[in-house]
Design a protein around this ligand. Structure first.
Ligand code: BES
Ligand code: MN
Ligand code: ZN
Length: 488
């Protein structure tokens, strides 16, 4: 388990709701809602007494747990009523679940916290509830303190919106699991198996190319990276058709590097374990497709995840090697640790050629440089099409998942030219490393296809803990943004 798969919308009343925990909200105006008043009555006036006393001020993120005869009542401060939006109610949902987990309360109910008017509030609340329920506890076999919430309900919410929010957030949690499992569990073979399950759930077509096949097909860059590992690499392709048959698909490409040692240009050992997260882009794309399988949007989508380890086996590719990519371009390898761009190159070129997408997005834990630039707060983006970038920024605002655009100007694109091959896999030393990686990828995007690259190296894991995230594990970032974008 590890997270709630769904949230229930209930038309029952406060007094008939028999949950271990029930949450109500108070804005700074300190007026109780209808359900708030019922809860106050149930507690013999404890809430109004606490308000009178100044213990409850209605400030956001303020919580008070009060004990009724059967139900415990959580009173949550909601802040300024005028500023209360989807982002705020999402956080509230997370807070309720985190409280239930820490107090070991199995069943949870809550009001809609002043979000009665818009369906978007119901959706955001459900998202917060499911995201807040997430824990990665699969490998804790002895910990007796572990506790999971069994069910959650909201009174008088919008049923469809609650369902949609549950699907989106449980797909984020699904992706977090895929991303959090270590390299010996989330292998390329495992990713292909998960893609198969998603394909049968959503009526999608699955194609998987193994080493022999994609090498023969001419994916020389991907094959080059995969040479150093005995773990079978996979090129995974999912096709979903929810739109008209002649409509061009949206393409999603994710870096599925299940462990990045750096290869012959080996990384320092401190922190190398974190490179099990180098498949977060691939996990993200599978998370989106998991949601697509259930939401069934009226669009066509093609998703590609090139997946391998980057190790230093006896056949490993070496600095100086020259690889020929799927689109025929030759690449001088100057650092085997710049492997993500190599495996993505063939995926971008393959999808461009065979699927002629209306636009293409790729997601990758691609550069340490993006962490230097934007920390663990914001995803770096860059691309070839202003309109598409605008749409991405708009979805970023809608979902609260932060992005910041880097310039992909010609001067930067010059920096990846090679002396002896068409391009090299590194830019100028210690300069604009994230843009150099973007400039490299651009060489493999088919002519005229609008494209945006998302560098999630800073945001895919190691985020600050909040009511919606769990410790230092994978965040499942950008899934909500992409789902907003493809449906908008
Ligand atoms: N997977 C790494 C990027 C990365 C770094 C992800 C830190 C998450 C946290 C990528 O394959 C890599 O090693 N990039 C190199 C590129 C360099 C050799 C040009 C980097 O950023 O150091
Ligand atoms: Mn690397
Ligand atoms: Zn990598």
């Amino acid at each position: 388990m590890g997270y709630l798969k769904s949230v229930k919308n209930s038309t029952s009343t406060f007094s008939k709701t028999q949950t271990d925990l029930f949450a109500v909200g108070v804005f700074e105006d300190l007026k109780l809602s209808v359900i708030g008043k019922e809860a106050d009555k149930y507690l013999d006036g404890q809430i109004s007494a606490a308000i009178k006393n100044g213990d409850i001020k209605g400030k956001s993120s303020e919580t008070s747990l009060l004990y009724g005869k059967k139900k415990k009542i959580l009173v949550i401060g909601l802040g300024d009523k005028k500023k209360f939006d989807e982002k705020a109610i999402r956080l509230v949902g997370g807070t309720v679940l985190k409280t239930a987990i820490s107090k070991k309360l199995k069943t949870v109910g809550m009001e809609l916290f002043g979000g009665e008017k818009a369906a978007s509030f119901s959706q955001a609340l459900a998202e917060g509830i499911v995201l807040g329920s997430y824990q990665f506890i699969t490998y804790k076999t002895q910990d007796k303190e572990l506790f999971e919430v069994g069910s959650a309900l909201v009174l008088n919410a919008d049923t469809k919106a609650i369902q949609k929010g549950s699907i989106i957030a449980s797909s984020v949690c699904f992706a977090r699991d895929v991303q959090n499992h270590p390299g010996n569990v989330t292998t390329p073979t495992k990713l292909a198996k998960l893609a198969k399950e998603i394909a049968s759930e959503g009526g999608m077509k699955l194609t998987v190319f193994d080493r022999e096949k994609f090498t023969k097909m001419g994916m020389g860059a991907f094959a080059g990276v995969a040479l150093g590992t005995g773990e079978p690499p996979k090129f995974i392709l999912l096709e979903y058709k929810g739109g008209k048959s002649n409509e061009k698909p949206i393409a999603l490409v994710g870096k599925g590097l299940t462990f990045d040692s750096g290869g012959i240009s080996i990384k320092p050992s401190a922190g190398m374990d974190e490179m099990k997260f180098d498949m977060c882009g691939g996990g993200l794309v599978l998370g989106v497709m998991k949601a697509v399988a259930q939401l069934k949007p009226k669009v066509n989508i093609v998703a590609a995840v090139p997946s391998t380890e980057n190790l230093c086996g006896e056949k490993a590719y070496k600095p100086g090697d020259i690889l020929t990519a799927y689109n025929g371009k030759t690449i001088e390898v100057l650092n085997t640790d710049a492997e993500g761009r190599l495996i993505l190159a063939d995926a971008l070129a393959y999808v461009s050629k065979h699927h002629k997408p209306q636009y293409m997005l790729d997601f990758a834990t691609l550069t340490g440089a993006v962490v230097i630039a934007l920390g663990h707060i914001t995803t770096g983006i860059m691309g070839t099409d202003e309109k598409l970038i605008e749409r991405v920024k708009n979805s970023s605002k809608n979902t609260g998942e932060k992005v910041w655009e880097f310039p992909l100007w010609d001067e930067y694109c010059e920096q990846i030219k090679s002396e002896i091959a068409d391009i090299k896999n590194v830019g100028a030393a210690r300069e604009a490393g994230s843009i150099a990686a973007g400039a490299f990828l651009k060489e493999f995007v088919g002519e005229g296809i609008p494209w945006v690259h998302f560098d999630i190296a800073g945001t895919a894991y190691k985020n600050k803990e909040s009511s919606l995230t769990y410790k230092k594990g994978a965040s499942g970032v950008m899934i909500r943004l992409v789902l907003d974008l493809i449906q908008g």
